[in-house]
Design a protein around this ligand. Structure first.
Ligand code: GTP
Ligand code: MG
Length: 237
């Protein structure tokens, strides 16, 4: 059985539609991890959770951050989800990730993979409507992380991933270093170090149509420095 975890920060325009699409896939649980959105995102999720028992809302308080939100969300899910939930998918809330890919990810779990990465940078993968600056930053960031961390993976920064539960349990059992976007790289790096079976499947990443972008120079710099920090942290061994 499958659960999906989605972090949100001001995603009122897309979250309701996405949850409704996921409900159609008959998942065991849909956990939204909200970081104090001020646009009513949590209220939308809260009312959907009253109508649909599989929809859950985890409201975080205190320090925000994608990595922190995911770490809390995963730990919460692993603590409360029944053991029949053996697969966990993580995805963005802004309709950049197409839920239609999820069944393909599940096939790969059945084939024996522990971590499946939705990849923009293998054959068949695409990015729609990104400007040249986003493309360069992302491409270069991926080459850079791949080289520094010595990882045989093309898309390290994507947020559409499918985990075998037993692997995810190991990943979050120790503190994670990345508080922000480097979290995506850190978890895959840790999985690789643990000897997990990892594969990439092509996805088409669609630029957000609704809601504001959180992409900034600060996020880029944090990510580049974060990779160096990962390289020298002992906790990933
Ligand atoms: N809970 C939580 N979610 C976050 C935070 N930052 C981003 N998110 C969510 O994480 C997902 C990915 O963030 P995005 O802002 O879409 O990142 P991106 O795709 O690189 O950039 P844009 O789409 O241009 O904004 C989305 O679902 C966001 O709502 C945060 O600090 N806390
Ligand atoms: Mg996005």
């Amino acid at each position: 059985m499958l659960a999906v975890v989605i972090p949100t920060l001001n995603e009122k325009d897309s979250i309701g539609g996405l949850i409704n699409r996921l409900i159609e896939l008959h998942l065991a649980a849909i956990l939204i991890v909200d970081d104090g959105s001020t646009d009513g995102t949590a209220e939308i999720v809260g009312s959907l959770s009253k109508e649909h028992s599989e929809v859950h809302l985890l409201k975080r308080s205190g320090e925000k951050g994608l990595g922190r939100a995911y770490a809390d969300g995963f730990r919460h899910l692993l603590q409360y989800a029944p053991p029949e939930i053996d697969t966990i998918v993580q995805m963005d809330a802004d309709n950049s990730h197409d839920p239609a890919v999820i069944p393909e990810m599940l096939e790969k779990i059945k084939e024996g993979y522990d971590l499946i990465l939705g990849s923009r940078y293998i054959q068949g993968g695409k990015i729609e409507k990104w400007n040249w600056f986003r493309r360069i930053v992302s491409r270069f960031g991926n080459y850079y992380a791949r080289l520094i961390l010595w990882l045989p993976i093309k898309d390290l920064t994507g947020g559409f991933k499918c985990w075998r539960r037993s692997l995810l349990e190991k990943i979050v059992s120790r503190p994670l270093n990345s508080l922000g976007y480097v979290f995506q790289i850190e978890t895959t790096y840790r999985a690789h170090k643990l000897g997990a079976k990892i594969t990439e499947i092509p996805i088409t990443f669609t630029e957000r149509k609704l809601g504001g972008s959180k992409f900034s120079l600060k996020i880029i710099l944090e990510a580049y420095l974060g990779v160096i920090k990962l390289k020298f942290k002992k906790t990933n061994e």
